[in-house]
Design a protein around this ligand. Structure first.
Ligand code: ATP
Length: 291
C-alpha cells in the first residue's frame, strides 16, 4: 500500500517542483523561444535595492490553502555574509529559501533586499538581484550560446567565454565542434550532468545577482566532478550575500552565521563554535551527525 501511494504521490511532487522552476524560468524562457515577454507583475518602479543585505521580518507563509509552514521568521543577513540554514527535515528551510529568493510571497511580514520590500518591487527586478540555485539545471534544446543568453540578453561572445572561463567550462566548450553554436540539450549533443551544472553556473555569472539562495540537494555527481564543481561554485559565491540551505551539516560548519530552523521558526542563531558551546538544538544536531 505504502509503495503504491508513493508511486502516486511522487510524480505530483515532481510536477510541483517543476512548477516552481518554471515560475523562475518563464521570463527567460519566453526570451529563448521568441514569444512575447510574459508581462512583468505589477510593482512600483521606484522601489529598488540600495544594498546587498537581505532581511526577513516576521514572515509567515503556507502553501496554497494549507496551514502556515513558517510561523513568523525574522532574519538579518548582512551584505556579503554567508548564512547557513540547518534543521530537521520538513522544518521549512527550503520554503524560507524560496521566500528569500522571491519565488513565493509571504502571507504576512516582509522580505527586504537591500532595504527594499520585495513585495513592492517589479518581479524582473527581484530576479535581477537574487537567484535560487539548486541542482535541477535545465539545459534547453538549442545552442550553447542560446542557453547562456537566457541569463543576459545581448551579451557578447567575449562575455559568454569569460563566464564559461569563470566556471572552468571553457575547455570542453572550445573542444566542441561549433563552439558557442554547438547544439546542446536533447536535440543535439547532450551535455553531461556536470557540464549542465557548469552551464547553470555560467548563467549565474552572467546574470550577476548580488544575492544567492543555495539549495544543496544531495549531489548526483561523482566525487571528483563534485569537487571540481564546488571550486567553481566557491568562485561564483565570492563577494555575494549567500543563504545556503545545508541538508548536510558539514557544509554549514564554515558559514559566517548558522540559523537553526525548527518547525517553521528560527530557534538558534550564531557561529558554529558559539552554537556548539551553547549546547542547544544545533549542538544536538551536530552530535547526531557525528556519532
Ligand atoms: P528538507 O531538509 O527535508 O528539504 P525543509 O526543512 O527544507 O526539509 P521544506 O521543504 O521547506 O522543509 O518543507 C516544509 C513543509 O512544507 C513540509 O511540511 C513540507 O511537506 C511542506 N512543503 C514543502 N514544499 C511544498 C509544496 N511545494 N507544496 C506543499 N507543501 C510543501
Amino acid at each position: 500500500g505504502a509503495l503504491f501511494a508513493q508511486m502516486l504521490v511522487e510524480p505530483v511532487g515532481l510536477i510541483l517542483r517543476w512548477y516552481d522552476e518554471l515560475q523562475v524560468a518563464q521570463v527567460s524562457l519566453a526570451r529563448l523561444v521568441g514569444v512575447r515577454e510574459i508581462e512583468t507583475e505589477a510593482g512600483e518602479d521606484h522601489v529598488r535595492p540600495e544594498g546587498r543585505d537581505v532581511t526577513a521580518d516576521r514572515v509567515r507563509f503556507g502553501y496554497h490553502a494549507g496551514a502556515d509552514v513558517l510561523h513568523g521568521v525574522s532574519l538579518d543577513v548582512p551584505a556579503g555574509t554567508r548564512m547557513a540554514l540547518v534543521g530537521p527535515s520538513g522544518a521549512g528551510k527550503s520554503t524560507l529559501g524560496r521566500l528569500l529568493a522571491g519565488i513565493y510571497a509571504a502571507r504576512a511580514g516582509e522580505v527586504t533586499l537591500g532595504g527594499a520590500e520585495l513585495s513592492r518591487m517589479p518581479a524582473e527586478r527581484v530576479r535581477a538581484h537574487v537567484a535560487l540555485v539548486n541542482q535541477e539545471h535545465h539545459v534547453f534544446v538549442g545552442s550553447l550560446r542560446d542557453n547562456l543568453l537566457l541569463a543576459r540578453t545581448g551579451a557578447s561572445d567575449a562575455e559568454l567565454w569569460a563566464a564559461l572561463g569563470a566556471v572552468s567550462a571553457d575547455g570542453w566548450a572550445r573542444a566542441m565542434p561549433d563552439g558557442l553554436d554547438s547544439e546542446v540539450g536533447s536535440g543535439g549533443r547532450t551535455v553531461t550532468p556536470a557540464q549542465a551544472q557548469q552551464i547553470a553556473l555560467a548563467r549565474l555569472v552572467l546574470a550577476d545577482p548580488h544575492t544567492l539562495v543555495l539549495d544543496e540537494a544531495t549531489s548526483l555527481l561523482d566525487p571528483r566532478a563534485a569537487r571540481h564543481l564546488e571550486r567553481s561554485l566557491a568562485r561564483v559565491l565570492d563577494g555575494r550575500t549567500v543563504v545556503a540551505i545545508a541538508h548536510r551539516l558539514h557544509t554549514a560548519h564554515d558559514a559566517d552565521v548558522i540559523a537553526v530552523v525548527e518547525d517553521g521558526r528560527i530557534s538558534e542563531l550564531g557561529s558554529h563554535d558559539a552554537l556548539v558551546a551553547a549546547d542547544g538544538p544545533y549542538a544536538a544536531l551536530w552530535r547526531s551527525w557525528h556519532g
